[in-house]
Design a protein around this ligand. Structure first.
Ligand code: ATP
Length: 235
């Protein structure tokens, strides 16, 4: 399995932010991770990417336990965090070269890969600008470029299109579709059309528990729209 989560729980004080969730993603799947604000999506993603320790349960990425085998797990993951933290004073190319070095890349293979992700993410015209000078959509492209720079098998994208205009949303979706061709992708979103446009399968969580895990095809057969299903399960 590319991602395997078993009975995962995270407790903050008295609150169970996620409460015994389990799911798995096979290689090559693109799965939408839905849930209302505060459902536990970012917490799950932070555990998968090694930024938070679970209180209970096991999370594996590319069969590596994220707690006991953090280095190989991290190498196989590309992560775009929710607020896409970037170094605003760095130039786009400089930032990507810097990020690649953190993954142990160097020399001409790194330069070639940076050129490749710049082209994939439509950053050619902006690559000489400082990140702080870019629009939100272009910053998001830089975050995405950084997430798959080291060619990971698994991409974890936390609300990759939030706050973007409809044109940028469309363009970022294209980047995700292209980058996700040979990868396993778990991404969170509040946009139902996004799920329809990109995913094979949807996992819905509410109050820290998985309330639905189905293919889009199976959900369509219910006759209800994804939005109706979402509201019915989370309201
Ligand atoms: N560091 C923290 N300390 C205490 N509680 C936290 C912390 N981080 C998250 N929480 C709580 O855990 C719950 C799940 O939060 P999380 O950010 O995972 O939700 P989410 O599904 O990603 O929400 P959103 O859609 O708003 O981004 C929320 O109730 C949140 O307030």
């Amino acid at each position: 399995m590319s991602i395997e989560v078993t009975n995962l729980t995270k407790v903050y004080g008295a609150q169970r932010a996620i409460d015994g969730i389990s799911f798995a993603l096979k290689k090559g799947e693109i799965v939408g991770f839905l849930g209302p604000n505060g459902a536990g999506k970012s917490t799950t993603m932070k555990i998968l990417t090694g930024y938070l320790k679970p209180s209970e349960g096991v999370a594996k990425v590319s069969d590596f336990d994220v707690v006991n085998q953090p280095m190989p797990a991290r190498r196989s993951i590309g992560y775009l965090p929710e607020h896409n933290p970037l170094y605003l004073d760095m130039y786009v190319t400089e930032f990507l070269l810097f990020s690649g070095k953190l993954y142990g890349m160097s020399g001409s293979p790194l330069s070639a890969r940076v050129d490749e992700v710049i082209a994939m993410c439509g950053l050619e015209a902006e690559k000489r600008k400082k990140i702080g000078e870019l629009s939100k959509g272009y910053r998001q492209r830089v975050g995405l470029a950084q997430s798959f720079l080291h060619n990971p098998d698994v991409l974890i994208l936390d609300e990759p299109t939030t706050g973007l205009d409809p044109n940028q949303i469309q363009e970022i979706r294209e980047v995700i579709r292209t980058a996700g061709k040979d990868k396993t992708v778990l991404f969170s979103t509040h946009i139902m059309q996004e799920v329809e446009a990109l995913c094979d399968r949807v996992i819905i969580i509410n109050k820290g528990k998985v309330v639905s895990d189905s293919t889009l095809e199976a959900l369509r057969k219910t006759g209800d729209s994804l939005e109706e299903i979402f509201r019915g399960l989370t309201n």
